[in-house]
Design a protein around this ligand. Structure first.
Ligand code: ADP
Length: 457
């Protein structure tokens, strides 16, 4: 009985740490808006606001066969996309898992692995009957979702790795050139025509399917957003002589919001530990509170603290829970969606993966904790979306936000919590802003951008 009371006390404390009031959210939105503006004005700002050299929306007349290779945080995907016009497309894809070692291995080796997977894909999709269909050189869109500075669409210098990657000899280099080298090494019949961020791809793909889309957000291993900006509002590229009335997609790299300064976001001591023990302390401050890579770890750190305080798992050996990043964010999804009164799913997670028994009170506590962490992530995401909406004046007219990533697609109630957050920020008008799932956004987007580039050339 005493244990239960202590847990309830802890829960109250954690509730106040992780809860975001509407007022606090509005303050974050204001600071966020300012950071977006500053990023457009000058180079090397906290939120980089990267010009993508993707000009304007697709016409929906784009057509053709395109390859897309997507180096995400967890998987490598290769797609063959047939863009058919009028919002239609067909897609064939294969997924290849990346190991933690590959993420830290030499950069050129990482790109060689990408080329190898592409080779396997091409061989299995363009052999036999289909062989005649393969043109001499297929256009390839490379979705590379790490901050790159670009001066044109088929080139990009990696600013810094994010999402746990650390492959040496890559930061500061043109990753498109590195990948071309690997493509040559494996003698692949492709031409790399565009280097794209997954958010930009998702933006264009979602707009191709539904023209009401104005913003795209990814909620996966990392968290990032893109939107379409008028060139006249991007002062830092005014010298390039681009028609000021034209539009260009901006890859916000908003995961970096509040990095280093740590002035605006409500960080708990658990967030500080996540940050300080990460391979990039200080960086990606916003992302570290939101994305799939970190939510499980935040929950694990709370659990570990309460084990040390003698509140949880009394008398049990908890060494399996003491391994950093052992608690996947997918477990939070499972805990929140457990439909049984006894919380049988949670029993299973802890006994099967961590070899510990749980009491019902502990399980209820874990579920409540998952909810606090998941809800905070969704409400902070709403702040970012609200900043773009408010900056661009989309509130009255309303717009769609194309969204993708496992956190958005699989975490129960995540989209609803984002929508509630938008209403908390904007009042009733917040209902004019709706997120919707972008199917295969980055692959299709990459193909559409490759097609747009072809049309323009
Ligand atoms: P990526 O961003 O790497 O391209 P995903 O969108 O699949 O790929 O995101 C992977 C991240 O999503 C991982 O951090 C993983 O922990 C998390 N994740 C996977 N499944 C779920 C789930 N069911 N609920 C919440 N998060 C999940």
């Amino acid at each position: 009985h005493a244990t239960k009371k202590t847990m309830a006390d802890h829960l109250r404390r954690l509730e106040s740490l992780f809860t975001l009031t509407p007022q606090r959210m509005r303050m974050i939105v204001e600071a966020f808006k300012e950071a977006l503006e500053t990023g457009l004005e000058k180079n090397d700002q906290v939120v980089p606001m990267i010009p993508t050299y993707v000009f304007g929306w697709p016409t929906s007349k784009e057509q053709g066969d395109f390859l897309a290779l997507d180096l995400g945080g967890t998987n490598l995907r290769v797609c063959l996309v047939t863009v058919q016009g009028n919002g239609q497309f067909e897609l064939t894809q294969s997924k290849y898992r990346l190991t933690e070692e590959q993420k830290q291995d030499d950069g050129q080796k990482l790109f060689d692995f990408c080329a190898e997977c592409l080779k396997t894909f091409i061989e299995s999709n363009f052999s036999g009957e289909n062989e005649v269909k393969a043109p001499a050189k297929l256009p390839l869109g490379f979705t590379f979702s790490y901050p790159c500075s670009q001066a044109k669409i088929d080139h990009g210098v990696l600013i810094r790795w994010t999402k746990g990657f650390g492959a040496p000899n890559t930061e500061g280099n043109d990753v498109a050139a590195m990948f071309r080298k690997s493509l040559e090494k494996y003698q692949l019949p492709v031409t790399l025509t565009a280097l794209i961020n997954d958010t930009t791809g998702t933006l264009l793909a979602s707009h191709y399917v539904n023209p009401k889309t104005k913003i795209a957000v990814i909620f996966g291993t990392g968290c990032n957003a893109a939107y379409m900006e008028r060139v006249e509002n991007i002062p830092k590229i005014s010298k390039l002589g681009i028609d000021p009335s034209s539009e260009m997609a901006i890859n916000c790299e908003w995961g970096a919001f509040d990095s280093f300064e740590h002035e605006h976001l409500p960080r708990t001591k658990y967030d500080t530990i996540v940050d300080e023990s990460s391979n990039k302390p200080g960086e990606q401050a916003f992302e570290k509170l939101i994305s799939g890579r970190y939510l499980g770890e935040i929950l694990r750190l709370v659990i570990c603290e309460l084990i040390d305080d003698g509140v949880l798992f009394l008398g049990q050996n908890t060494y399996k829970l003491e391994v950093a990043y052992c608690f996947d964010t997918a477990f939070l999804s499972l805990m929140e969606s457990d439909p049984t009164d006894e919380l049988l799913m949670i029993i299973g997670i802890f006994s099967h993966f961590f070899a510990v028994e749980t009491t019902l009170a502990e399980r209820q506590f874990f579920r409540a904790l998952a909810k606090l962490i998941g809800k905070r992530a969704a409400r902070l995401s709403a702040c970012g979306i609200a900043a773009i909406v408010s900056k661009m004046g989309y509130l009255d007219e309303g717009c769609l936000v194309g969204a993708d990533g496992s956190l958005y697609n699989k975490y129960p109630g995540f989209p609803d919590r984002v929508h509630e957050g938008l209403v908390d920020i904007f009042g009733d008008k917040g209902r004019n802003i709706l997120t919707c799932r972008a199917e295969d956004g980055s692959g299709v987007g990459s193909a559409i951008i490759a097609a747009m580039t072809k049309v323009r050339k």
